[in-house]
Write a protein that binds this ligand. Structure first.
Ligand code: PEP
Ligand code: CO
Length: 479
């Protein structure tokens, strides 16, 4: 893969004379939202040049594979499970943390596949999710005002002027930490950790005595029996030992994303090689804005977050701008309406998009529309509200006869206490016990698995889908 050549801003597609790939300067002329204000442009330029020389983090062919899988989702034949931290931090790039996140996602995927008999596309919010959009540019504490924390990609969480100063060198650190994370993830998923025959051990350090643990043990025992049966029959497929796992994050910082864009040598087209899938956030999805202008030129599969302010016309226009060719698997719409609104706001959007004849993957983010602060000042989410938005999402699709294509969650492999409720009944006064997120509250491992069982029940129930879209053959890797 070649880096983007110097003639950026010239024609990229041989047959599309007028379609220019925008340079960073072009994008900045569009006044991108949610960008840090760096005080040394020369240093920023040096960092961008340095990143342009680095090898890609993912390969274009992998992005294409993911696009084909998402096309299956859009056709109602597979389900997306996307999850991970709200904000990764450099300090949390440890083997234990990465393994924990992987295990919880794999456990959820196994529950979904086994209980709902549906192939699952596994997408981590991982290896690049270091930048956060913020409602306010600055934060004031006891009369002192400093720039807001925008994620480890930009500045540090500590509240002092030096920590909060946007530092371009952090972009190189994002690259380094993402590379280290991806390296271990690839080793884990291909090197034995994801072997279906070890499904029991994925939760061996589970919090004991929870109802979720029992259910999980039951599913894994059934899977183990099924696999033994297959081995006894002489079927011992190597693909039971590995899975396909993809990396995704919000494409927020244009310097980083642009610097990691490369021309695929096979097709001479541009891919953002910082992740397999990138999504555009609810705060940066302006139709004529810089983020859309950047993303529309890329070949990666793209996610679009749609919140309560999105009109059906907005959704149709955004999708059209990003995918004029109606390419299967290109677009995933991730709705985050809030439990109270999803039933009213989602149907007109789904109907308007369906009316254009497109098939997109419809994914529910039941997290970002359901955040509130407790009296003690903890940002939290109630498990029941998360479930309620999910149920609303499934109801809407069931009524419209469309396929509820996936879930997008903020979760962790640890037993944190950041969201209230769930089988372990985390209460508001328990939040202080283990509140570790750098940004939004995440579901802990038990809450995540509990949700997977709920989703599995819903998918298994979904009579409309069973008739419309019988499960087709799929690779064991998509368990
Ligand atoms: C996020 O996914 O962390 C996020 C900020 O979401 P949204 O853009 O939907 O608010
Ligand atoms: Co978040």
């Amino acid at each position: 893969m070649a880096p983007l050549p110097q003639w950026l801003g010239r024609r990229l597609y041989p047959d599309a004379v007028s379609d220019l790939f925008p340079s960073l300067a072009d994008l900045h002329r569009l006044k991108p939202a949610q960008q840090p204000r760096y005080d040394d442009p020369a240093e920023l330029a040096r960092v961008v040049a340095e990143l342009r020389r680095r090898p890609p983090l993912v390969f274009a062919g992998e992005c294409d594979d993911l696009r084909s899988k998402i096309a299956e989702v859009a056709q109602g034949r597979a389900f997306i499970l996307q999850g991970g931290d709200c904000a990764e931090t450099f300090a949390s790039v440890t083997a234990a943390n990465i393994r924990g996140k992987l295990r919880v996602l794999l456990s959820m995927a196994v529950v979904l596949t086994y209980a709902a008999q549906v192939p699952v596309v596994k997408l981590g919010r991982i290896a690049g999710q270091y930048a956060k959009p913020r409602s306010n540019d600055s934060e004031t504490r006891e009369g002192v005002t400093l720039p807001a924390y925008r994620g480890d990609a930009v500045n540090a969480l500590a509240f002092d002027p030096e920590s909060r100063r946007p530092d371009p060198q952090r972009l190189v650190e994002v690259y380094n930490h993402s590379a280290a994370t991806l390296n271990l993830v690839r080793a884990f998923v291909k090197g034995g950790l994801a072997d279906l025959r070890t499904v029991h051990s994925w939760n061996s350090d589970f919090v004991r005595n929870s109802q979720v643990e029992e259910r999980y043990e039951k599913v894994s025992a059934e899977i183990a029996r099924a696999l033994s049966f297959m081995v006894a029959c002489g079927i011992d497929d190597n693909s039971f030992r590995t899975v396909d796992y993809y990396a995704s994050h919000e494409a927020l910082l244009l310097e980083y994303e642009h610097a990691l864009t490369r021309i695929d040598s096979r097709t001479q087209t541009p891919y953002d090689t910082s992740a397999h899938m990138i999504w555009i956030g609810d705060r940066t999805r302006q139709l004529d804005g810089a983020h859309i202008e950047f993303l529309r030129h890329l070949r990666n599969p793209i996610g679009i977050k749609v919140g309560p302010t999105t009109t059906p016309d907005d959704a149709v226009a955004l999708i059209e701008r990003l995918d004029p060719d109606h390419e299967p698997g290109r677009i995933t719409v991730i709705s985050r309406m809030g439990a109270a609104k999803v039933r009213d706001l989602l149907p007109p959007i789904v109907e308007a998009v369906e009316a254009t004849g497109r098939k997109v993957a419809w994914v529910c983010d039941p997290m970002h529309g359901n955040t509130y602060s407790t009296e003690l000042g903890y940002k939290t989410r109630a498990f029941d509200e998360v479930v309620s938005e999910l149920q609303g999402f499934f109801d809407v699709h069931q009524e419209l006869g469309t396929w509820p294509g996936g879930v997008h969650m903020e979760l962790t492999g640890d037993d944190v206490t950041e969201c209230v409720g769930g089988a372990d009944e985390v209460a508001e006064q328990d939040l202080a016990h283990r509140y570790e997120t750098a940004c939004d509250p995440r579901l802990n491992r038990n809450q995540s698995l509990e949700l997977a069982f709920l989703v599995a029940e819903r998918l298994a129930d979904d009579a409309i889908r069973r008739e419309a879209n019988p499960v087709q053959s799929f690779s064991p890797k998509d368990f």
